[in-house]
Design a protein around this ligand. Sequence first.
Ligand SMILES: Cc1ncc(C[n+]2csc(CCOP(=O)(O)OP(=O)(O)O)c2C)c(N)n1
Ligand SMILES: [Mg+2]
Length: 375
Amino acid sequence: AVSAVREDSKAETWRRCGGCRNGSDSLSKETVLNFYQKMTLLNTMDRILYESQRQGRISFYMTNYGEEGTHVGSAAALDPTDLVFGQYREAGVLMYRGFPLDLFMAQCYANADDLGKGRQMPVHYGCKDLNFVTISSPLATQIPQAAGAAYAVKRENANRAVICYFGEGAASEGDAHAGFNFSATLECPLIFFCRNNGYAISTPTNEQYRGDGIAARGPGYGMLSIRVDGNDVFAVYNATKEARRRAVAENQPFLIEAMTYRIGHHSTSDDSSAYRSVDEVNYWDKQDHPISRLRHYMTARDWWGEDEERAWRKQSRKLVMEAFERAERRLKPHPDLMFTDVYDQMTPGLEKQKEAMWRHVQQYKEHYPLDLYEK
Ligand SMILES: Cc1ncc(C[n+]2csc(CCOP(=O)(O)OP(=O)(O)O)c2C)c(N)n1
Ligand SMILES: [Mg+2]
């Protein structure tokens, strides 16, 4: 079944629905169940952390609702040594690579276990061991950085690729042009993965560009490009697998545009009911959700039923709740860590700021519960 996925995408999209087994036959039951478990675990974690923010337990959060298929399908097609540059809505990629719930929670709670030592806003994950470059919010900065990294990878000749995720909104930044052109002309093994989820905060795609989406820009840069149904985890997997193969074998960038839909608000600072209808959101939630589509496939193959679903829902919720409770109890990092690691040796200016901070904290002790911080 090949059909246009969203009304605003004029080109045909490579669509493989859960009902047709093309391409996914080669994936084992174990692999497919793992896809499903990662997609639903991400969904459960999102729900708990979103609620945490609403209750004032954490400062901010961004959900990944509706885009789970793009994360898991693409992550599964990569080699663990491939380097990932994300935007901020790709937590499922990191989860698929093995980042534990405890570390997701530690980052959002900025506790003493956070690999970033509590210095970043929630969802700005990073993990050197999993080859996942720390998220930075200024849009599209990761695109030229990924081009540079892919050039370095090529020079190492290490049979490695770089993948760079970005939203269709970020593709309007000047940095996107620089990254696309550098990687094409320098012939870098780079997969550009655009999550076209219909919105850049409140701006719908029909106000973002006049051409045919993001994939149509690829040929202008001399880049191989494909548009794929982002809510079909198998289609995303197949497209990314082939993009990676060609990027590495032929040293060239490959642009993927995955058509999907942002079901949640942009972030906890946004209320999307101000700019889109409940009917629109419901359509994607009820009719074309990557998780339910995958579940239909598993059911059709007799791999999954009500009992498995009930048991997994219970187990996954327990895993998330336990990690959440551990994170909340954990102490915060020592306040001195705010001043370290940028310079090898702290500058005199920073030393002064640190002393000023401690004077302030001593003076207004009642507002600073130091017993919650590591000594
Ligand atoms: C340089 C820059 N400009 C503006 C912003 C504010 N901003 C944050 S997210 C966002 C929308 C991005 O949309 P898109 O790339 O489609 O990603 P999505 O949120 O849909 O996943 C904007 C405008 C920013 N972070 N950085
Ligand atoms: Mg978007």
